[in-house]
Design a protein around this ligand. Structure first.
Ligand code: RNT
Ligand code: ZN
Length: 418
């Protein structure tokens, strides 16, 4: 243990103790959380199935070199990322990141096409989550997948989603912890639809078919992700928030809240405690929308802190899976992953470093003066010293030492990929 880090920790520990916070306890709680690292930050959401451009109304911008071009490079990059992060994690795969020599279409995917990921997950000690990929595909080119008026197209995507759930189940069985399989579809229209009802009826029916087979939530948790709009699909989104919230609540399915999928004045941090009264489980796609659903790298901003507060203060984290969803192609992609994940961990740690029970009590007593004073004061408390200590405990670099490692990885590995 680095002496200076330890000294800083000891003094932070004293400061927190004075306000009734046990830093060791906070660290213990943080270490129980497994954030799910999205594989698609490593290659700008390209995947390995085909050479199709990214579509579906989402976009990765920037032309920083060295994106991962195959499974080996992606795994190597994720392993580097994991070596710079304290704690345990999951990795979130899209179906298009399969690893096989077979020529396989999305309506034919099977667990065996992901076998090497399971082997890898066991080796590096991560859990896996999964997503059907209903975009970047010729059969999604008309703007509709599960809600398509064309039966052939719709059935293709229904079959794909059914199989995705089975792959989630397979991950769960193999790895001993449930996979969350999240369905997001881009379906919508650029201009104002005449008949908004028709496509939603089709989507509802498609989901009924997809979820017909019951799968044990011990292995697979189904989740549905809503959205406000996509690029080129500005006027109408079939799977809106009301649609998916309604479907999830009625059918006892998890809801996915993505930070970028609401009007810019709406925040998912305020939605967590509301929707968890009506759905069994929540998946978060922690992202950072800048003026639109831009999927910028997550930073320790007000909303990230509020998300962590919502999860920790009343223990809603027990019913929540935390996934990340950003893809920045303008900076070193390893750094993007590491910065966004470390910031999310810091937000959670800060939330655990509060005198939670005391603050809840004085709020109920109507003592809003002390509530404001304490919360404001806490902002200047030395949570960074506790985080550094947590990094040291886990044998990962503290502070900007992580950046040094990223620089040398870029020089020695990424730049040599050609
Ligand atoms: C798109 C959704 C979705 C995707 C990933 C790649 O707006 O946020 O979650 O970002 O599935
Ligand atoms: Zn998302």
């Amino acid at each position: 243990m680095n002496k200076e880090v330890l000294q800083r920790y000891e003094s932070a520990k004293k400061a927190y103790k004075k306000i009734g916070v046990d830093t060791d306890e906070a660290i213990k709680k943080l270490s129980n959380i497994k954030i799910s690292l999205h594989c698609w930050q490593g290659d700008d959401v390209k995947g390995f199935l085909s050479n199709e451009d990214l579509s579906g109304g989402i976009q990765s911008t920037g032309n920083y070199p060295y994106r991962a071009r195959n499974v080996q490079e992606l795994r190597q990059d994720i392993e580097k990322v994991l070596s710079l992060l304290p704690g345990k994690f999951k990795v979130n795969l899209h179906s298009t990141y399969l690893d096989t020599n077979e020529t396989v279409t999305l309506d034919k995917i099977e667990p065996r096409h992901y076998e090497s990921w399971v082997k890898w997950a066991k080796k590096v000690g991560v859990g896996l989550d999964f997503n059907p990929t209903c975009f970047s595909h010729p059969l999604a080119a008309e703007g509709f997948t599960l809600s398509s008026p064309n039966d052939e197209i719709r059935n293709f995507w229904i079959e794909h989603c059914k199989r995705a759930r089975k792959i989630g189940e397979y991950f769960g069985k193999e790895l001993g912890e449930p996979a969350v399989t999240n369905i997001w579809i881009p379906d919508g229209m650029k201009d104002i639809p005449y008949n908004r009802t028709y496509y939603r009826e089709r989507l509802k029916d498609a989901l009924d078919q997809i979820f017909e087979e019951k799968i044990n939530p011990k292995y697979n948790i189904d989740a549905l992700e809503s959205k406000l709009f996509g690029i080129g699909l500005e006027s109408y989104t079939v799977g809106s928030n009301e649609f998916h919230l309604g479907y999830a609540a009625k059918n006892n399915i998890a809801l996915t809240l993505d930070s970028g999928h609401f009007h810019p004045t709406e925040y998912i941090s305020d939605k967590i405690s509301a929707v968890l009264l009506f759905v069994p489980h929540l998946l978060l796609h922690v992202s950072r929308p800048v003026r639109w659903d831009s999927d910028h790298v997550v930073i320790l901003d007000d909303e990230l802190n509020e998300i962590a507060h919502s999860l920790v203060r009343t223990n809603l984290i027990e019913k929540t899976s935390i996934g990340l969803d950003f893809f920045d192609g303008s900076i070193n992609r390893i750094a993007a992953w590491v910065i966004g994940t470390r910031s999310t961990l810091k937000a959670l740690l800060k939330a655990y470093l509060e005198p939670t029970e005391y603050l809840k009590k004085i709020e109920l007593d109507g003592n809003y003066t002390d509530r404001l004073a304490i919360i404001e004061e806490l902002k200047a408390f030395p949570f960074g010293d506790v985080f550094d200590y947590y990094c040291e405990l886990n044998g990962v670099p503290t502070g900007l030492d992580a950046l040094k490692e990223i620089h040398s990885y870029e020089k020695n590995v990424l730049a040599k990929r050609g």
